[in-house]
Design a protein around this ligand. Sequence first.
Ligand code: DAK
Length: 262
Amino acid sequence: MSFENILIETRGEGERKTGLITLNRPKQLNALNDALMDELGAALKAYDADAGIGCIVITGSEKAFAAGADITAMAKFDFNDTYGGDFITRNWETIRSIRKPVIGAVAGFALGGGCELAMMCDFIIAADTAKFGQPEIKLGIIPGAGGTQRLPRAVGKAKAMDMVLTSRTIDAAEAERAGLVSRVVPFAELMTVTLAAAQTINELSGPSVMMAKESVNRSFEGTLADGIMFERRMFHSLFATADQKEGMDAFLNKRKPAFKQR
Ligand code: DAK
């Protein structure tokens, strides 16, 4: 695969590695246009289908994870271009169908669609330079890629309303306090820490990792009772895997597990 708006590389040691995707439109602060989102979707799907990959990381540059949807492209759109063309749904949501864990490594601006893309990752590790915001209201629109839905679930209604209605950006420390990001690290350590988290996941049993991701996602999209039932059935089914036998035997015999990914 060759791409013009993203860089892809494989990182890590061992049987399963990390697929690292770097958003790469530096002159536009990684503004997200259709070409970039098509490429991102293709790269995500390829890594998801690759048995040698255990985890995917999406990152941007030091200055910007992504400064939003591409305003130059959007400025010309009319209703038919957006609704008729299925704008956003058409290619932005590929990431939601990815079954392996996707970690967002965010430095600099994550604004508008950039904040929404980060929130579509399974979790975010932020550099201390990260800034999150939904400034669409200043452009006469509203967040359109899940910002009004995922942000309140992550940070609560009050802070989400504040950010969406006033366009206030929050820094990495506030994002961590509010629960939007899982960890904040100095910028210089962002990739080391994120790739170490990915490597930890790579060394686990893939089926249990995927079921854990599916189960946590259920808590966002359904009732508590349904989520608990889903989790319970996933939990039960893992006792049919070779990796459950291996993981428990390794613990009891005080050795490192050698997961077989089945
Ligand atoms: N789109 C296009 N170009 C952008 C951009 C963007 N979002 N953000 C920055 N750029 C470009 C700038 O135009 C500039 O280009 P040149 O002038 O050099 O050609 C270059 O990147 C560097 O930017 P600045 O010169 O502005 O850099 P500064 O450091 O001074 O400022 C900034 C950085 C991030 C504070 C500033 O660039 C900024 O405010 N950018 C816009 C941020 C923003 O408003 N983001 C939200 C975009 S709206 C929808 C679904 C989703 C969405 C909409 C609809 N539907 C389903 C209908 C999502 C919308 C958005 O994300």
